[in-house]
Design a protein around this ligand. Structure first.
Ligand code: NAP
Ligand code: MG
Length: 403
């Protein structure tokens, strides 16, 4: 069989531990035999990040801005234990945080739905994609533990010296205070990322805040979304047959529980943090959750939502057999290849991405799966496979499809 050609390289960001092992297996078994794979390789494994003083992460983000599409393996975010384990010069920042800040992006997370792994919420027939605004609010707060009676004020001093002053509370005893902020720039780019992604995936977009209570803060989110929608996206949405609607956060939560799925739920930072964990665990498994970072100027970085699966890696190092689920990492590759194919007008590459995804789904639906899924599936007598055995089973299905 002739290999599928590519014209522009993907930005390939390699990572750590068990996912780094899966990464190589996926390339060897599922990509290189079929595609004339072009990538610009960046090693975001912790050792090389340390060696380059994290410059490699910055370089990989710049490459993503240049080429437009990246695929990323899970990486270690160092903590005190990793400082010793890897003898680090510094406690390097989370690569995802660095890349997100440089691309100014929004993260979209969607479950991979297969028959046999049923969501806890019975009426969810299609995936629910969560879009989380990842800047500001309580994640960049300033807090005070108020020691006793006194007056708390909110003060803004403009560059020209003009002052805006509001009383927060006249304390008669001890209490607590919190200051939070957001910016029009960040909210606007979040809005554009969400509208573009909805058009891209032809799904309705929901957005919700608590604007009835937060009449300036949350209301500004609602207003900016609506202004940008009306000015730039309404006609495109009409043409695509999809809709945008705003509702109160409590109403959204109630509606999500009764919905069939198949839409994007945009959330403020805190709501997105909490709701994405709820939605992903209700869909079954973190190992079946994809994640894509979309920047307002149209750059894409695909990855799995889970981490480096450290516990499995230590088993692997001891020479024991592992059964680590590679589906979300495979879907990171197919997402990136499909996007590359779409931008470069390579229908064969897009079809390959579809076929590989279908092969993954069919493998699981035929009862062949890794242990994490075998534990929760409704399929009777599933066959639990090793990390490698599962990838080989997918390859068999893929070969049948391509033949
Ligand atoms: P994790 O790697 O997601 O793993 C947590 C647990 O979830 C695993 O121990 C495993 O459970 C299960 N699991 C996750 N993915 C799985 C898969 N593909 N197949 C089978 N089971 C899977 O999270 P963590 O242990 O908290 O973090 C490990 C490292 O990953 C940390 O250094 C962290 O900084 C990093 N991390 C990176 C990213 C990223 O790059 N996007 C995201 C999160 C965490 P059992 O052990 O019970 O089998
Ligand atoms: Mg969380």
């Amino acid at each position: 069989m002739e290999k599928i050609q590519m014209t522009t390289p993907l930005v390939e960001m390699d990572g750590d531990e068990m996912t780094r092992i899966l990464w190589q297996m996926i390339k060897d078994e599922l990509l290189l035999p079929y595609i004339d794979l072009k990538t610009e390789y960046y090693d975001l494994g912790l050792e090389y990040r340390n060696e380059t003083n994290d410059q490699v992460t910055i370089d990989s983000a710049n490459a993503t801005k240049k080429y437009g599409v990246a695929v990323k393996c899970a990486t270690i975010t160092p903590n005190a234990a990793r400082m010793t384990e890897y003898d680090l010069k510094e406690m390097w920042k989370s690569p995802n945080g660095t890349i997100r800040a440089m691309l100014d992006g929004t993260v979209f997370r969607a479950p991979i739905v297969v028959k046999g792994i049923e969501p806890c919420v019975k009426n969810w027939e299609k995936p629910i994609t969560l879009a989380r605004h990842a800047y500001g609010d309580v994640y960049k707060n300033t807090e005070i533990k108020v020691p006793g009676a006194g007056k708390a004020e909110l003060v803004f001093t403009g560059e020209d010296g003009t002052e805006i002053r509001e009383t927060i509370h006249e304390f008669t005893g001890a209490g607590i205070l919190q200051g939070i902020h957001n910016t029009e720039k960040s909210i606007s780019s979040f809005a554009r990322c969400c509208f573009n992604y909805a058009l891209d995936t032809k799904q309705d977009l929901w957005f919700a805040t608590k604007d009835t209570i937060s009449k300036k803060y949350d209301h500004t989110f609602k207003d900016i979304m609506q202004e940008i929608f009306d000015a730039e996206y309404k006609e495109k949405f009409d043409a695509a047959g999809i809709e945008y609607f705003y509702t109160l956060i409590d109403d959204a939560v109630a509606r999500v529980m009764k919905a069939k799925g198949g839409f994007i739920w945009a959330c403020k930072n805190y709501d997105g943090d909490v709701m994405s964990d709820m939605v992903s665990s209700a869909f079954g498994s973190l190992a079946m959750m994809t994640s894509v970072l979309v920047s307002p100027d149209g750059n894409y970085e695909y990855e799995a939502a889970h981490g480096t699966v450290q516990r499995h890696y230590y088993k692997h190092l001891k020479g024991e057999e592992t059964s680590t689920n590679s589906v979300a990492t495979i879907f990171a590759w197919t997402g990136a290849l499909r996007k590359r194919g779409e931008i470069d007008k390579l229908p064969a590459l897009m079809k390959f991405a579809d076929d590989l995804e279908a092969a993954c789904v069919e493998t699981i639906e035929s009862g062949k799966m890794t242990k994490d899924l075998a534990l929760i599936t409704s399929i009777e007598n599933p066959t639990p496979l090793s990390s490698e055995g599962f990838i080989k089973a997918i390859r068999e299905n893929l070969d049948r499809k391509l033949a």
